[in-house]
Ligand binder design. Sequence first.
Ligand code: BJW
Ligand code: ZN
Length: 245
Amino acid sequence: MTTDDHILLARRHLAAARKLTILTGAGISADSGVPTFRGADGLWRNFRPEDLATPEAFERDPRLVWEWYNWRRELIATKQSNSAHHAVVELEQRWVDRMWLITQNVDGLHRAAGSQRLSEIHGNIWKVRCTGCGVVSENREIPLPPLPTCRLCQALLRPHIVWFGESLWEEEIHRCDEALRDCDVFLVIGTSGVVYPAAGFASVAKEAGAMVIEINLDRTPQSNLVDLSLQGRAKDLVPLLLYPA
Ligand code: BJW
Ligand code: ZN
């Protein structure tokens, strides 16, 4: 089957779906110019994740971690959502309250595009959390030094991001689990499918009876598990799903 045949099939399954759940990863924002984590120009290529994206790293050297996040914030601030983010918004509007978006991305580009029904399961780079009192707030400017501290309790602020070895927020996971078990189509866009728990979501949805469709530039460890694997750029393929079946 050609990619065109796959797209026709995907449209047919979407047209018949009462409930739709979408999972996105760094690949959907790659088309906006945000580097992925594990690709050729991935963010991990210059930094070891264990040096930066763990609670231990932050404890050891909060300044280094904050400098990395500030560098990423500056980069992301120059990027805009692309046609794939916008197509996801269009799907949300068509499915009204029967679609749920789960994103691993922390860049905020889905919200910027207009998505409203979503779980940002790894957090949001524009938010900070107090290591003392736990209060979460939006903060777009973190000038260094000194290290940022909480106005309420003076403890150190950290990025509101889920690092390796940390648990995801229970409420979000509960909402995602419901969306995975209750959907007819599960659409997986631009994720390498290696980071848990999101790496297990396709199996959960499939076991619950959903048709699983993957859109990715390359094949992934999940490609054999899914029902339909569409290879190409998210910005080209996701908008094609909006046409009638
Ligand atoms: C395109 C494209 C284009 C490119 N169009 N496509 C079970 C088994 C083994 C290990 C574990 C397990 N359960 C938990 C773990 C440990 C760990 C884990 O999964 N480790 C793995 C590496 C094995 N998970 C955790 O620690 C999680 N916590 C947890 O589960 O708590 C309970 C627990 C803890 C400990 C033990 C057991 C249980 C937390 C994970 C948090 C991940 N956080 C990060 C970093 C945040 C830092 C930050 O952003 O600042 O989140 S990791 C990083 O990877 C980031 C991403 O959200 C995440 C996923 O990456 P993604 O989106 O898939 O990006 P890439 O780059 O990998 O892939 C891009 C894809 O796009 C590629 O496929 C390209 O082909 C494609 N692409 N251009 C379409 N234009
Ligand atoms: Zn505080």
